[in-house]
Write a protein that binds this ligand. Structure first.
Ligand SMILES: C[S@@+](CC[C@H](N)C(=O)[O-])C[C@H]1O[C@@H](n2cnc3c(N)ncnc32)[C@H](O)[C@@H]1O
Length: 467
């Protein structure tokens, strides 16, 4: 049987789960880049204090599963940070959070996007589908929602074309077809200039919005290399706020009807509210936030890399590795695939699923070969964690591992590994292991039975491993 986990009662670490930090200086380093599942914004103070205790002299810290960059940004205020994540969108955001470009003339940049021939051409090509979408929303607001429901379900340029418009009414088919053909004449099949419009227009955003997103993307391509990550991070934040889905993620487009075919309650006002968000205005606000962001000036870096490769590349003076891998079978790449495609602009093939024996595009329009993390796969997770423990111990750093206890609440998937399993793997590589539980810990003193810990706690724990 496993040894109980020794718990360090760090009174100072156990603070309320406050988003607003205690000092104004700290506050400058709290930044919500995206609407992000599993962001550690609420635990930053605790993570910061644990790391300061492990490395009071301010050694280099690596943030290995950096996601929305909240932890990297927070830690960068007083030490060098190397952030890494397998996804390009995360690299872009971390790069902007760690080394924001302060030289961007926001108004001029947005003006250039709005007045570009590129944007004008795109708008002209899409005029039929713009009109149709506006009409659908107008009808719905006036009590006739069925055209809008059909639009939300079927108005993907790529999907409807691949299915030969079989589920579209004649008028929707005409609007989609004519816009798509004009885009093809402009050359969208050879060059990926209309990525947002082709892949996500109609489904996740209004076509008005995707034309603006494409105009911004096009202008970013010709911006100075030193400004590009900041511009792109501001665009990703804008997209994340605008998307017309439940919960502002990208795993599922909105499903407008109930099982009986009737429109869901609130669907019309939500579609109208989200789809009317002005992308240029929202981008301007986001870009200002990035441009005004303070930077500590340390030589930080952001990598797009598998955690195991990143561990081989860390500087020799890395003193702490912070690791926040996924802990359920839900792959992050499914929730954020739109951000990845927007960043890469690589015209990916869309994954297909079988419906009634026939292959058709996945409803979420996912990229083919979306990243499948070993941390989300029960049979692969133990070996992925072993690699993590072994490589961190080999570079002589301490590890702070965020994980969630094995408590399943309604609507949640079970954890891929238990805290007990993790700590017993860690013991093969580290002499000292203890846990710190932010927030809820103070109400749940551990007793000697390790499994009561699994049952009682709901929040996240930090497992600290050192030699
Ligand atoms: C729980 S999230 C991290 C959240 C982050 N700490 C924050 O506050 O936003 C997990 C992250 O791990 C990344 N990831 C999953 N498998 C990975 C791998 N093999 N190598 C590197 N990153 C990986 C995902 O892309 C995702 O961004």
């Amino acid at each position: 049987m496993n040894q109980p986990i020794p718990t360090k009662n760090l009174e100072t670490l156990i603070q309320n789960e406050l988003i607003v930090p205690s000092t104004t200086d700290n506050q400058k380093y709290f930044f919500r880049s995206l609407n992000y599942l599993g962001s550690k914004l609420r635990m930053l103070d605790t993570i910061g204090e644990v790391i300061t205790e492990l490395s009071p002299e301010g050694g280099v810290v690596a943030d290995l599963f950096a996601g929305s960059g909240a932890v990297s940004r927070f830690l960068s205020q007083n030490r060098v940070v190397v952030s890494a994540d397998i996804q390009e969108y995360s690299r872009v955001i971390c790069s902007a959070l760690l080394n924001p470009s302060q030289n961007i003339d926001t108004t001029r940049f947005v003006d250039k996007c709005q007045t570009s021939n590129f944007y004008l051409d795109l708008r002209t090509a899409c005029s039929d589908v713009f009109r149709y979408e506006l009409e659908s929303i107008d009808l719905a607001v006036n009590g006739l929602p069925s055209q809008l429901c059909e639009f939300l379900e079927e108005a993907s340029l790529l999907k409807s074309r691949s299915e030969n418009y079989k589920n579209c009414s004649a008028r929707l088919e005409q609007a989609l077809k004519s816009s798509h053909e004009k885009l093809i004449k402009l050359g969208c099949e050879e060059k990926s200039f209309a990525t947002a419009t082709l892949y996500f227009g109609g489904v996740y955003f209004s076509f008005e919005q995707t034309a603006a997103i494409d105009a911004i993307l096009n202008e970013i391509e010709s911006a100075k290399p030193a400004d590009r990550d900041t511009l792109m991070a501001a665009l990703l934040g804008t997209i994340s706020n605008a998307v017309n889905t439940v919960g502002k993620q990208f795993a599922q487009p909105i499903q407008p009807r109930m099982a009986n075919g009737l429109p869901k309650k609130g669907i019309v006002s939500k579609a109208k509210k989200d789809r009317e968000i002005n992308i240029f205005q929202s981008f301007t606000e986001m870009l200002k936030k990035y441009s005004e962001m303070e930077s500590s000036g340390f030589p930080h870096s952001a990598l797009r890399m598998d955690y195991s490769d990143a561990l081989d590349k860390l500087p020799k003076n890395t003193s702490v590795v912070y690791a926040d891998p996924p802990y359920t079978r839900d792959h992050y790449s499914r929730f954020y695939h739109v951000l990845e495609t927007i960043c890469l602009r690589d015209s990916p093939a869309i994954s297909q699923t079988k419906v009634d024996g026939k292959l058709q595009f996945s409803r979420g329009l996912y990229r083919e070969q979306r990243h499948q993390s070993p941390f989300c796969i029960r049979s692969q997770a133990p070996s992925a964690f072993t690699t993590l423990f072994e490589k961190v111990a080999n570079i002589g750093a301490s590890l702070v591992l965020s994980y969630s206890p094995h408590v399943v609440r309604e609507g949640e998937h079970p954890r891929v590994m238990t805290i007990d399993d993790l700590t017993s793997l860690a013991r093969n590589h580290f002499r000292t292991i203890y846990t710190v539980c932010p927030g809820e810990f103070k109400h749940n003193k551990l007793n000697s039975r390790a499994n009561s810990f699994e049952q009682k706690l709901h929040g996240e724990v930090l497992i600290i491993c050192k030699n």
